[in-house]
Design a protein around this ligand. Sequence first.
Ligand code: F6R
Length: 608
Amino acid sequence: MCGIVAYTGPKDATPFLLEGLARLEYRGYDSAGVAVAGRTGGIKVRKVKGRVADLAADIPARFKGTTGIGHTRWATHGVPSDANAHPHLDNAGRIAVVHNGIIENADELRVRLAADGAVFRSETDTEVLAHLVAAHAAEGGELEDAVRAALGKVVGTYGIAVLDAEQPDRIVVARNGSPIVLGIGEKEMFVASDVSALVRYTRQVVHLEDGELATVRADGFRTFTEDARTTHRQPSTVDWEIDSYDTGGYEHFLLKEIHEQPGSVERTLSGRLDERFATAHLGGLNLDARELREIRRVKILGCGSAYYAGEMGAQLIEELARIPAHSEPASEFRYRNPVIEADTLYIAVSQSGETYDTLAAVQEVKRKGGRVLGVVNTVGSAIARECDGGIYLHAGPEISVASTKAFTSTVVAFALLALHFGRIHDLSPADGRRIVSALKALPGQIREVLAQGDGIAALAAEYADSTGMMFIGRVRGYPVAREGAQKLKEISYVHAEAYPASELKHGPLALISPELPTVALVPDDELLDKNLTTLGEIKARAGRILAIAHRRPEARLADHCVLVPKSEPELDPLLLNIPLQLLAYHAAVALKRDVDKPRNLAKSVTVE
Ligand code: F6R
């Protein structure tokens, strides 16, 4: 998704802008641009359809300025093109704007601005902002007042950074639904839509709130609201390791993050297991035992892989705490006028903490008086701030577009929550101890699966040329199948469909043929016999089968098998999922896909 960077200070802004944009490449984009201003010479702009490297190659040596803004664009209004790339300028070339989000009343504003003489050079909604700010700036006064006045006329979501040729010592930024982070340096200031762009320059950051603006100068910043009331913001320190933002010797971020899982799971568990009472301690829930006992239902909300992790979470809560639990796509929930119940606990799941659909779902629940917890990876993110309490994953930054370590840590966080809930309800100490020791064993067991990487790579190469793949699992295995299919299609572009194994005979069995292989989740649990029967039905139709199992099925039932270590049945799905991450990764590599930047996808979807 679109990225923003900005700099003001004593140095030339361009090197930081280009490096910052390169750091944001992982989020997905189709064009890039920068604008700089100095004490002389107005605003200089360069923008191109294509990569940040293409932009860097296009920048002449004389392109210098001590204040600047930059952007990577992911097209929403208008095709990817040089003209539609940001920054956008007003006609006099005084104001330059970069923008993430969507201006909903752009058409109406465009007509009014054109009637006043503005000439539009792009199809974007953002360009109206440049003309609108310029119209107010022409009345005189401070840039921040012109930006506030312009935003007062705008309906929509935005993170913006604005540069003014006549006030080149500052940048004005604003946030409404799309993140903006200020980075505080030594007599210089940085701005970005994501800390990964500025963490090499400073660890001291301020996350703007929705409805907040800031004027940023080399010697500091001032934050204020849309009605000009000053706000007081204390900087926080980014505690993620800098090397999390590098591939660290791995070929791709995705492979690195898959291999980081033993460590990220350890961090999710760290300090949270209580062996004495066979339970989990979760400091941030802000709910005491009495309040927890009053909860009759749990509704989990997330998008994509976060929603599938929520499905695994719902099963854990039902099984361990015996509280009815259900996961629903936040993107659907927010539009269907949901009934909010006082005795339902709502849980929002998000790696980035910035997914707009999930944030809007949280706001819908809260508006109707519901209580929402967050299961979130990014500390201080919009969703984390909006929730009443929750669990941070501590998985470390996830750079690859495809979610892997955050997915696994989310399921671990749900296991901790289910254990905590369960031990407040009827889960016995013996069962609590069973889950505690299974959780402690997970990092080592994940390592055992990762050690099979070469074998899984060979299988992936064999299956990658299929036109499509079926993923099946029963009950606990079904969310694993859904996540496995999602991972394969998003990074390898191989069509994949997930079905409950029990449903195969009610329709999709018609698809089974040698051309459509099946990945079957076959845990050694109470449903093993049923799963083996399904394998027999597929083999009877000459379907090829790759089984992910605890025990190798008979050769007549599966062509290939990846064995994973056995956990407790409730936690088995988490381990069964790891080979599917490797399968998707190696299939994408075999098909020569751009693994960390899959086509049409962005890391965090901050638009509707
Ligand atoms: C899949 C993937 C997406 C995200 C989804 C939610 O690999 O990464 O499906 O899971 O866009 O993102 P977050 O968790 O940041 O809210």
